[in-house]
Design a protein around this ligand. Structure first.
Ligand SMILES: [Ca+2]
Length: 248
């Protein structure tokens, strides 16, 4: 990429981010690191498109899984999926798992159960030392267009002497079907990331970058979840999922 192209892309990125913040109108909150951010208040995906003349527009999507009203958790548009082992304690059944929009979200900036803000909450019985659970959705894009893509999520971890769970992320032409689809890697069809989640107490941001190449269809697929590392039951929280797609 030439310098001029890089500069144009950076300016476009800044413009999209700036317009997204102005549109959100949410309350200012203080993160654990002391920086001030403005969080959107709606659970509806926030979409921002730049008007750069003819051609495909930049796309920004933001998902916060619910507002501040008790019971307003929102997983609409997402499909929960899992690749989990059989449960020897329940012959004929897989190990237990579920995904909900529970009342514990990044907006708390401290983890307070039953406080009425929401995140995507992944429960997994990891006692068989195996299993991945995730949520998936289609991302509408312009067909035949190449994008520079960035996905960020915030996930709540608990500092531990070992890793209990990994965060898993994937953006691709097809969605994840198995745990193996989340192995960290990148190619012409997808980018995926798998990283230890329990390296610190609190919310940590994870980021995935990908140049999509020409999208053959009108959509990409985003998958976000957790994967068991340690033999225990676990619940982990994911919030503030942002997708940024800049046409090349
Ligand atoms: Ca939230």
């Amino acid at each position: 990429m030439r310098f001029a192209q890089g500069l144009t892309l950076a300016l476009t990125l800044l413009a999209v981010l700036a317009s997204g913040c102005a549109q959100s109108g949410g309350p200012a909150t203080t993160t654990p690191t002391g920086t001030t951010t403005t969080m959107p208040t709606t659970s509806t995906p926030t979409t921002t498109a730049t008007s750069s003349g003819s051609g495909p527009e930049a796309i920004r999507l933001f998902f916060d899984f619910g507002g501040e009203t008790k019971g307003s958790g929102d997983l609409s548009g997402w499909t929960a999926k899992a690749d989990v082992p059989n449960d020897p304690n329940r012959p004929g059944s897989k190990v237990a798992w579920n995904v909900t929009a529970c009342e514990a979200g990044y907006e708390d900036h401290v983890h307070i159960q039953y406080h009425p803000v929401h995140s995507a909450c992944f429960y997994l019985d990891g006692r068989q030392d195996d299993g991945t659970v995730w949520i998936s959705r289609a991302i509408p894009v312009a067909a035949g267009t190449s994008y520079v893509a960035n996905v960020t999520v915030k996930a709540f971890g608990q500092e531990s002497f070992n890793t209990v769970a990994d965060i898993v992320l994937r953006l691709g032409q097809t969605g994840a079907a198995t745990e193996a689809d989340f192995a960290t890697g990148i190619d012409a069809r997808h980018a995926s990331l798998r990283k230890p989640l329990d390296t610190a107490n609190g919310w940590t941001t994870y980021s995935l970058d990908w140049e999509t190449g020409r999208t053959p269809g009108g959509q990409l697929h985003l998958d976000v979840g957790i994967s068991a590392i340690w033999e225990t039951e676990m619940t982990r929280y994911v919030d503030a999922v942002q997708v940024l797609l800049i046409p090349e």
